[in-house]
Design a protein around this ligand. Sequence first.
Ligand code: URA
Length: 218
Amino acid sequence: MQQASLFVLAEQPSVANHFMAELRDRTRQTDRMRFRRNIERLGEILAYELSKTLPYRPESVTTPLGTADISLLTQQPVLVSILRAGLPLHWGVLNYFDQADSGFIGAYRQNTTDGFTIQLDYQSMPSVQDRPLILIDPMLASGQTLVKVLKQISNFGIPSQIHILSVIAAPEGISLLEQEIQHLYRLWVGAIDNQLNDKSYIIPGLGDAGDLAFGNKL
Ligand code: URA
C-alpha cells in the first residue's frame, strides 16, 4: 500500500473556486463551452502546481540586451488521458506542458449482474520509460478505471514519476489507488467530495463530466 502525497486545490481560497462553482452549478454547467473551458482552466492551474515538483536544469537565454539565467524542465512529461471525459482536462494540462507527448486510452463501464467492470479499448500511447507520467481523469470516482489504465500503461515502460490529476475525487477512489498502486505517486485534485452513490457517481460532484462536455451517449 502506498501513501500518496496529495494536493487539494480547494484547500486554499483562490479564483479556482469560481471555476469549480460554475462546473458544479446545475444551471451554469448546461453551457457546454463554458463547462469544457472551466475544466481546462482547472487543468492549467493543477498543471502549474504540479510543475513545481518536476526536475529542472539551469539554462541561459539570450535576450536582445544580454543573458538571463533560468531553470527549465529537464524533460517534458508524458500526458495520458482516458477517453472521452478526459479531453478538456488534457487540453488544459497540455496548454502548460505545450511540448509534451500525449497518450490516450479508451475506457468504458460494462454493466454486470452485480455492478460493472471496466473495459479498455482504443489506445494510442508513446513510451513512458524514464519519463514523468501525468495520468489525467476529471472524476476520480471508484478508482477502478485509473487502476486498470495504470496497469495498461506499464506495458509502455516504467515512468520516472507518476502524477494523477483529477478535478473531483471521492474518498473511495483515493483509497483504492492507495491499495492498488505499488509505485510512489502524487495525486493532484481540485476538490475531495463526500462519497459515491450506488451508481458510483460522486456526491455532490457535478454529474457526468463526459455528457456535460460532449452530450449524452446512447
Ligand atoms: N464520472 C463522472 O463523470 N461523474 C462522476 O460522478 C463519476 C464518474
